[in-house]
Ligand binder design. Sequence first.
Ligand code: B12
Ligand code: SF4
Length: 475
Amino acid sequence: MARVLCINPWIYDFAAYNLWIEPLGLLSVAAVLRRAGHEVSLIDCLDRHHPAAPAPRSRRDAYGCGHFTKVEVRKPAVLAHVPRRWGRYGLPGDVFEAELDAQPRPDAVLVTSMMTYWYPGPFEVIRRLKERWPDVPVALGGVYATLCPHHARAHSGADAVLTGPGEMQALQWVNCVTGESRGGELDPTDVFPAHDLRRSQGYVAIQTARGCPFRCPYCAVHLLAPGGFAPRAPQRVVEEIAWCVETLGAQDVAFYDDALLVNADQHMHPILDGVIERGLRVRFHTPNGLHARFIDQRLAHKMRRAGFVTIRLGLETADPDEQRREGGKVDQHSFARAVQALFAAGFSPRDVAAYVLIGRPGQSVERVRATVAFAHRLGIRVQPAQFAPIPGTPEWRAAIAAGRITAEADPLLHNNSIYPCAEPQAWEELKQEIRQGNQAILSRLEDDLPSDQSILPRIPAYRSQEHTDLLHHSA
Ligand code: B12
Ligand code: SF4
């Protein structure tokens, strides 16, 4: 049996907010190693409930989300042109060192990585590990490692950079560096992520399927899930949710799926039936956008009954030509129908919002303005999702061809909050309009909704004739 230490690193960025962040990939890897008989422990630099360094609280924190502790650090030269403060989010350095002090010397260390432009977090962790235990092998995996393997191999200091789905690779690597031979027969899809290794944050992330059946030109999911779209058995998903709620005390569940509602009759319906039948008291959130076209009255009502609270719908564009070019993921009619179904099921405009992608090359501000207006007319708020090209995608190659980024650019420049778009002033004005439109929708609600959002599960039904009329009008 090998002693394996898993580490979820800090975030380095201009801003960071905990929107149900869980190192789900690392926990999936850890669970397989544990099942194989290795001894596994976790240090989570993004633990907001660490007793020695609780994160700042605010009255606006809801459903387990909130701010991280931030320490300002000097910006790397490549970011010098950005007039914003850069910092490290998560546990203070001395608390991290104390966590390492408390660990017996591990036989191997696994470090995860998330956004490509967050690589300074894993790098700092690896630097500290190598200072302390120069001979302990360290492997790096995750999204950054998969999308930028050359950069990671050249600069991270890890002994191994493993790309793609990591469960069996990590097991083989640990076996190899420690001279063990465990778990060869394991089926990684049969093991729940080790949510229990993390100190309870009040919420967990659940993924009911790997990958996505669509192929949007700006998205890297096909590279992260090269095996294609692979839904899990609904019954196992329900068991995982039940374990998290009943044993680990989670009150909130965030779905990390890329395509949660695809094949809903065979997948989401049975999952929701299972949650309802078991009487699980939990709130569900979809920080990743849902495909609106799969939402009908039956599904919307069941989502409401099961405890959905935060619903985000993908609405890249409301322009019918662009929608067709993008593969017909959503169209105006099905989007409006979904919103109508959600409102009829009792969701309010506080619960539902649309992600609208902004700043994409070739996208005119006017067309996006029309998309925003369409969502606002339907009575839902808009959350702008700023575009930045992601390595390995068709839009990344287009951005290189257009001279907007180089293939060797420092991944810090992939950060969507600094990626320069054409006409920055016009986009800023549009963002301002979005805020005003959202505010107008919320002010119309003031008298309609009770303010206590903490009831489990939420009961208030929202039905406004005004919204229903608008829906009929736009559909
Ligand atoms: C959930 C999610 C989020 C969550 C937060 C997740 C988090 N923990 O931080 C939310 C909704 C907040 C979010 C936001 C955004 N996201 Co996001 N997100 C995802 C998503 C859907 C799932 C990630 C995940 O947890 N997967 C589940 C686990 C099981 O997979 P995994 O982490 O890859 O782990 C596996 C392997 O990588 C490996 N592995 C992992 N760790 C380790 C460690 C070792 C040692 C080894 C060997 C292996 C290994 O094994 C694991 C199991 O097989 C991915 C898409 C995807 N399918 O990956 C996009 C993705 C990561 N997001 C992306 C983007 C673009 C964004 C946004 C910029 C969107 C926007 N325009 O606003 C924002 C930015 C947020 C910010 N603050 O900067 C991009 C990446 C961009 C980049 N440059 O890196 C992705 C890839 C989607 C895409 N469009 O291509 N996101
Ligand atoms: S639907 Fe979403 S997850 Fe799927 S390819 Fe498109 S952007 Fe990526």
